[in-house]
Write a protein of this length. Structure first.
Length: 554
């Protein structure tokens, strides 16, 4: 590995692409139908005629991510859902290339191949699946995840493709601003909202940070051009959101309360997600902002951070549920990985200047004691590529051996049976209930943990049977994790959950009128576990395996 930078052109581009591919392989991704994908792929799969989902209740609620659903429907109906994996691989590459472009704007960042590959190794290590798996195995906690994820269990990348992954556009926007393209930066920040309206507030405060920095520089015309480009791009999203998910609806207050305090309190309630680890993540961001405080993009980020912190304080003081659902702290999904990239870049800058304190003495003390000086690159130039290759190999091992992204394998037989036998009028009732997560605190990653149900009182949601719709193509009555967002539909989801939860917890199958009530709800089948068989004269067993039983309504 040479210290001299290759000339800009084909070699430089090839290097960037190869390092991005290495990052994407080392990061890995989940199999299809993992975690949030079971909600966000549903509308697109139904549009494409996957199984009988076009008649599913949730698939016929108002779609909060229509552009993403159109993309999913296109892939399902043309080349197959596996292409979604390729799309996510491209997003992972784009994320790495955006981070690389961003740190190139750090003053005096060494423009040498050695420095670029070292940055790639450090940044990849913060995201590498093999290190995250090893952390879980050794400590029980996925510590590397905290260097790439935001607070409140929110993140840019996540385990697989979903609408929130297009928040990568925020990172691209910041890189564009750092490299002197503020108008493009505004448009890119706003474009993330096209894929998921949860980025409306984070994008707004990021663009506001751009605007303030440009105004500080007396670049008034450019400041308004940047903000104007963002407004032009985001206006259709705002109009669509107000039209389809009217926050002024008569049911909106109750629906928002249900989402904030029942469905996603781990994302919305500050006292639930803020803990020591979240405080350390905030300190990590502050350290990075101090390191780049003299740079225009650093000041813009500081303005953005201050705005997000102020709005978070307002939400904490007022307890406003609407503001909580807007997630003013979601900007942390950008700030934390940016902090990781910036701190790595500044460390490399210190290294290139002859290792000043606090790192210099440690790295250079060996050559000094031997009576001669060598640059730090001479000592690590072979170690770094080897480490990067090891991370890539680790990613391949995690994928090939199934070390991450746990799914409950005992569900496969159930899904196979339902897929083969379900009809368009069949509706399966899963014995779901409201999980006991009210006392949990903090945010964790379960990407590399075993799959059994979480213990009561934790901050985690049970994930058993969450793949039922997409894996079998059959309709279900309701589940806890997949939820609509229009006010009246949120209330209907809650009603269905209360009905299912009462049956699950109280086993009132023989209550007077229960058979008719189930028929009126459109339920034709009931799925339960071997540990909880049902006894009612209107239920006939039609399937049984080692884990599950299916009953059909007579």
């Amino acid at each position: 590995m040479s210290n001299s930078a290759p000339p800009l052109g084909r070699d430089h581009t090839l290097e960037a692409i190869l390092l991005a591919v290495a990052f994407a392989i080392a990061h890995t991704q989940s199999p299809l139908y993992f975690s949030n994908q079971n909600q966000y792929l549903l509308h697109g799969a139904a549009l494409a005629g996957h199984g009988h989902l076009e008649h599913d209740w949730l698939a016929n609620t108002r779609d909060p991510t229509p552009l993403f659903s159109a993309f999913v429907a296109l892939t399902y109906s043309t080349v197959g859902p596996e292409v979604l994996q390729v799309a996510y691989f491209a997003l992972l590459m784009g994320y790495f290339l955006a981070a690389r472009w961003l740190v190139s704007a750090v003053p005096d960042f060494p423009d040498s191949r050695a420095a670029r590959i070292t940055f790639a190794a450090l940044f990849t290590a913060a995201h590498a699946a093999i290190l995250r798996w090893a952390s879980v195995k050794l400590t029980g906690v996925d510590y590397p995840w905290y260097f790439q994820a935001g607070v409140a269990a929110q993140y840019l990348l996540g385990p697989g493709i979903q609408p929130s992954a297009f928040g990568v556009l925020l990172l691209v926007a910041l890189a564009a601003f750092a490299n002197g393209r503020p108008v493009l930066a505004g448009a890119l920040a706003a474009s993330a909202c096209w894929f998921h309206s949860t980025y409306l507030l984070p994008s707004a405060i990021l663009v506001f940070g751009f605007w303030l920095e440009l105004m500080q520089q007396a670049r008034t015309r450019t400041a308004f051009a940047s903000a104007g480009s963002a407004l032009a791009v985001v206006s259709p999203v705002i109009a669509f959101t107000l039209w389809r998910f009217n926050p002024f609806d008569d049911n909106a207050t109750h629906a928002i309360h249900l989402l904030v305090h029942t469905r996603i309190p781990h994302h919305c309630v500050i006292t639930r997600w803020f803990d020591v680890v979240a405080g350390l993540q905030v300190a990590w961001v502050v350290l990075a902002l101090l390191l780049i405080r003299r740079e225009p993009f650093g000041r813009a980020l500081a303005f953005t951070t201050a705005c997000g912190a102020a709005l978070t304080g307002v939400q904490l003081a007022t307890g406003n549920d609407s503001l909580a659902l807007a997630f003013p702290w979601r900007i942390s999904v950008l700030l934390v990985p940016v902090a990781t990239a910036v701190i790595a870049a500044v460390w490399l800058r210190w290294m290139s200047r002859g290792c000043p304190p606090p790192f210099g003495e440690v790295v250079a003390i060996g050559p000094i004691l031997r009576g001669h000086r060598r640059t730090p690159w001479d000592r690590i130039k072979w170690i770094v590529p080897a480490a990067l290759i090891a991370l890539v190999v680790g990613g391949v091992i995690v994928t090939a051996c199934g070390l991450g992204y746990p799914m409950i394998e005992g569900e496969r037989g159930l899904y196979h049976h339902v897929r083969a036998n379900a009809g368009p009028d069949d509706v399966y009732l899963l014995l779901v209930q409201f999980p006991n997560v009210k006392s949990g605190r903090g945010a964790v990653s379960n990407t590399f943990t075993p799959p059994p149900r979480p213990k009561p009182g934790t901050n985690q949601i049970p994930v058993d049977l969450q793949r039922f719709r997409l894996a079998s193509g059959a309709r279900i009555y309701v589940d806890f994790k997949s939820v609509p967002y229009a006010p009246v539909e949120v209330e209907e989801w809650n009603r269905r959950m209360e009905f299912a939860s009462d049956l699950t917890t109280n086993s009132t199958w023989n209550a007077p009128g229960r058979h008719k009530q189930l028929k009126d709800e459109g339920i034709t089948h009931v799925v339960t576990t071997q540990e909880k068989p049902l006894a009612a004269d209107y239920l006939a067993e039609v399937y049984r395996d080692e884990a599950y039983i299916i009953y059909k309504m007579k």
